[in-house]
Design a protein around this ligand. Structure first.
Ligand code: UD1
Length: 391
């Protein structure tokens, strides 16, 4: 039984499900794997969830828990209550969770309390920042998981330091890169202007008039644009922080158009803090709704610089070679940093650091970096690791 809850889970579960199908075909009739997919419903919008099922060819969930939005306690409590019912009805051999969202933490605890085996894909990442809800989810999930499937050596080291036994740890690589590799060619052949126009056409709110929308869309004739995503509570939930970030971004927008797909959390805060018009009225900030997987990949391949506070996007930028400024003070993914061969620097949310970092990275050459085992075949190793432990 595999679990998804929020957008970043979907590109991690897709290759796992497809690898099960391939495994069954190649192993013949003596091995049968039945995978039931559970969607907790933490993310529920078409463009935060459904479009990814379509783009990534993920089958419809067997169970939809319909948890929706709410506080952390509400989301996790409600997920536990609903997940327990399907778990006890289905009695799976394994519960497979991915990443670090609330669905990951709550479903792994629920499964372990009922003595089901838990496998965690993307185990061992640590920001050592306990103010991040994701860090708490990572730590509790790893503590209760029987099988810790890790993306890199840093993750193995973190787990060993915390006392995990070597038998529980298996390094498999980065499963999200399987999805990237499977879609890379298709995204590369897409027309960048068509991607932007298609997304901007649906954004009357972000770009006030039809005229503003078409003039913004025309700006992306070349490849000199910056791509931005931002949604962490530490960046968007405090008015002063968000205002300072918007000021820094406006400076960058004087030089390069910024494509900014806006996360629902950020949208709410921008409005609440009266910063919405900064975006709607800036002719160089091309705001859109959250955009689909393939469209985003196409943008990430061509952007001059990516600015983000996402976890997964740092990894995609690394493999694509996109220079990346991470709008955080720490990362649980040090393997992507410049000092480790990647394309990423940490600039936090300090405007001065962002300004200087941008100067440094704007002329940084695209340089693909592929950490060990980020080879597009991680999901096969995940399936083998689980099958080998299922007797
Ligand atoms: C969650 C994850 C985070 C991940 C992010 C990616 C946790 C603790 N956090 O944060 O790790 O990087 O997803 O998107 O699990 N909303 C919608 N439509 C949706 C989903 C949410 O409008 O489909 C709104 C909610 O009403 C809420 C806000 O977006 O106000 C935040 O959603 P929530 O799921 O609480 O957390 P994220 O910030 O998305």
């Amino acid at each position: 039984m595999s679990v998804v809850g929020a957008r970043p889970n979907l590109m991690k579960i897709a290759p796992f499900i497809h690898a099960i199908e391939r495994f069954e075909e190649s192993a013949g009739s003596h091995v049968k794997i039945i995978n039931q997919l559970v969607h907790t419903g933490q993310h529920y919008d078409q463009n935060m969830s459904d479009s990814f099922f379509e783009d990534l060819n993920i089958p419809r969930p067997d169970y939809h828990l319909g948890v929706g939005s709410g506080s952390h306690a509400y989301q996790m409590g409600q997920t536990m209550i609903e997940f327990e019912k399907v778990l006890l009805a289905s009695k799976p051999d394994w519960v497979v969770v991915v990443g670090d969202v609330n669905a990951t933490g709550s479903c792994s605890i629920t499964a372990k309390k009922h003595q089901f085996r838990v496998a965690h894909i993307e185990a061992g990442l640590r920001s050592n920042d306990w103010t991040m809800p994701e860090e708490i989810n990572r730590i509790i999930t790893d503590r209760v998981s029987d099988l810790l499937l890790t993306p890199c050596r840093f993750a193995d080291e973190n787990l060993k330091r915390e006392g995990a036994s070597a038998q529980r740890i298996e390094r498999v690589g980065n499963i999200m890169i399987d999805t990237l590799e499977a879609n890379r060619e298709k995204a590369a052949s897409m027309d960048i202007n068509a991607v932007v126009s298609r997304n901007i056409a649906q954004t009357p709110e972000e770009n006030k008039t039809e005229k503003a929308r078409s003039s913004k869309a025309r700006k992306l004739t070349g490849e000199d644009f910056v791509l931005l995503t931002m949604h962490r509570p530490s960046n968007v939930d405090e008015p002063q922080t968000l205002k300072a970030l918007m000021d820094a971004l406006q400076e960058i927008a004087e030089k390069y158009p910024i494509v900014f797909p806006i996360h629902p959390r950020t949208r709410e805060r921008l409005k609440e803090f009266a910063l919405w018009d900064v975006i709607a009225e800036n002719k160089n900030i091309i705001a859109t709704q959250p955009i689909g997987y393939l469209d985003f990949l196409c943008l990430n391949m061509r952007a001059r610089v990516l600015l983000t506070d996402s976890g997964g996007l740092q990894e995609e930028a690394c493999v694509l070679g996109t220079p990346c400024l991470t709008l955080r003070w720490n990362t649980e993914r040090p393997v992507v940093l410049v000092e480790n061969g990647g394309t990423n620097i940490l600039v936090g949310n300090d405007p001065e650091k962002i300004r200087n970092g941008f100067k440094q990275m704007a002329d940084f050459p695209r340089k693909e970096h592929r950490p060990e085992l980020w080879d597009g075949h991680t999901a096969e190793r995940v399936v083998s690791a689980i099958v080998n432990r299922t007797k």
